[in-house]
Design a protein around this ligand. Structure first.
Ligand SMILES: NC(=O)c1ccc[n+]([C@@H]2O[C@H](COP(=O)([O-])OP(=O)(O)OC[C@H]3O[C@@H](n4cnc5c(N)ncnc54)[C@H](OP(=O)(O)O)[C@@H]3O)[C@@H](O)[C@H]2O)c1
Length: 278
């Protein structure tokens, strides 16, 4: 049985570079997915011209019908999944005139809730030894959260997915009321705080799962020159893809760190309140 890998939001940027890297070394079928079918198919053709063969399927993580169609397709065609890279995300530009309330709602809905919804649909299909990589960011280190009580809830080893969903919804509600500064000023950062906290919970769930050796990690790719960073990042997309690919290919029966945030192939202490970009 051939292994199956899926990368979300991979028509461009870091996701595209992850697919390109996996196409060279993943021992199975790699799915490039995109919300826009035309852009996705064009990306597949780009890889073909480089001698790399990948499969394509439409997938919009902000659309439950698209998620259901995709998970049904994977179930029927492959009966299982071995690698999921949750890469798709949005970030508003600083100069964007959209109200903060809207930005917070949309960013949280796509980056956090959309990713969670996709996981809910695809996790039942994961086969033993599957790997999941959540592309998060050090823009979402815990210390961007000002409120100590909110932080304590986020780091609790008993935090459930429902409670985390409630915390993220609370932030969006505060944004609606114009009171979010008591928690954080960054909608994008909070969506990634949520994703990194989710990763810890998801690994705890995997640890109790009857399927052996399910491993999930979160990763910050670094500051990468893509459309998201207005091409200001100092890493190429290929360099940004290195740690996500490393985590995608962790050895079977992995006993190393899991459920954690990584960058540059090392674990980052997400909860370090003194952390800063050096
Ligand atoms: N670039 C950086 O410096 C940096 C730093 C830290 C973390 N990250 C993270 O790295 C990941 C990739 O970012 P990037 O820099 O490569 O950004 P990018 O160039 O803007 O690419 C984002 C990708 O996500 C897709 N996407 C957005 N919403 C989607 C949805 N609802 N469903 C499916 N796909 C969707 C986009 O599709 P469209 O083409 O249709 O818009 C695009 O393919 C993100 O999770 C980002 O937060 C980036």
């Amino acid at each position: 049985m051939s292994k199956v890998a899926v990368v979300t939001g991979s028509n461009k940027g870091i996701g595209f570079a992850i697919v390109k890297g996996l196409a060279k070394q993943y021992p199975g079928i790699v799915y490039l997915t995109a919300r826009n079918e035309q852009l996705g198919k064009k990306a597949v053709k780009d890889l073909e011209t480089q001698g790399l063969k990948v499969a394509f399927h439409q997938l919009d993580i902000d659309n439950q019908e698209s998620i259901d169609r995709f998970s049904n397709f994977i179930k029927e065609r492959h009966q299982g999944l071995d690698l999921l890279v949750n890469n798709a995300a949005i970030a508003y530009k600083v100069a964007d005139s959209t109200s903060f309330m809207e930005q917070a709602k949309n960013t949280m809905r796509i980056n956090f809730t959309g990713t969670l919804n996709l996981c809910s649909a695809l996790f039942p299909l994961l086969r033993p030894h599957a790997r999941v990589v959540n592309v998060s960011s050090r823009a979402g280190m815990l210390n961007i959260v000002k409120d100590a009580e909110f932080r304590n809830k986020l780091v609790s080893d008993n935090l459930s997915v429902d409670e985390l969903v409630g915390l993220m919804a609370h932030f969006v509600e505060l944004a609606r009321l114009g009171k979010n500064e008591s928690i954080s000023r960054s909608a994008y950062g909070m969506s990634k705080v949520g994703l990194t906290a989710l990763t810890k919970i998801q690994q705890r769930q995997f640890d109790k799962d009857s399927r052996t050796d399910l491993v999930i990690n979160a990763v910050c790719p670094g500051y990468v020159a893509t459309d998201m960073s207005s091409h200001k990042g100092y890493l190429t997309p290929e360099q940004g893809a290195e740690t996500p690919i490393y985590l995608s290919l962790l050895a079977e029966n992995w006993t190393g760190p899991k459920g954690l945030l990584w960058a540059e192939k090392k674990v980052v202490d997400w909860a370090d309140l003194n952390w800063s970009w050096k």
